[in-house]
Design a protein around this ligand. Sequence first.
Ligand code: 5RP
Length: 234
Amino acid sequence: MASQDELKKQVGYKSVDDYVTSGMVVGLGTGSTAAFAVERLGELLKSGELKDIVAIPTSIRTKEQAESLDIPLVTLDTHSVLDVAIDGADEVDPDLNLVKGRGGALLREKMVEVCAKKFIVIVDDSKFVPGLGISGAMPVEVTPFCWEHTLNTVKNLPSIKGCDAKLREEDGKPYVTDNDNYIVDLYFTDPIKDANQAGKEMLETVGVVEHGLFLDMSFAVISAGTDGITVKTK
Ligand code: 5RP
């Protein structure tokens, strides 16, 4: 049986093989699955099978990986429309809505991926959920300034009242994002009832920078499991 890493590699490689062609502007996601797509892109550029690609990374980690593979990088400032973006996800619901950001890169991921003509999501099939918010944290990026006030405001928003909220920590200190912000992780006992409303209320909260609900963004979800690879489109 294929290991979880092998499944991640299968979907990472397939996403590049099927959706990236020469001359494209490509968004590079963040995480253990997206890293395989970056690896494959580097490999195909090196072999000459792909040419004239420029890419936009969604985190410092991914930027460093891409640089180590000689993938030419640009930014949204010069390339505001991407042909395709490829990234992993923490949860995928039946409508291909996502929770992202358990790896901490949600802001840059969302900024880049909303600009892509096609956003390709790559997951092993453990990421499928019947409703968003039930398999673990739903991350919210907040300003460090008065983060506790923002945490309390968010957890009392009408659409998600009753959730648990915790500041993400690393080595006993607040986890700091690539944008020098903090992350508040929300935990739910039931799926989020109205994810659109929850997203709206969070974004209207001053102090919230971005949230990890990626709604109506996926063009296709490529998943791998014991039954092989499946591609779902809306
Ligand atoms: C990072 C993310 C990742 O895409 C998500 O956490 C999935 O990561 P992995 O492929 O390692 O399971 O949103 O912010």
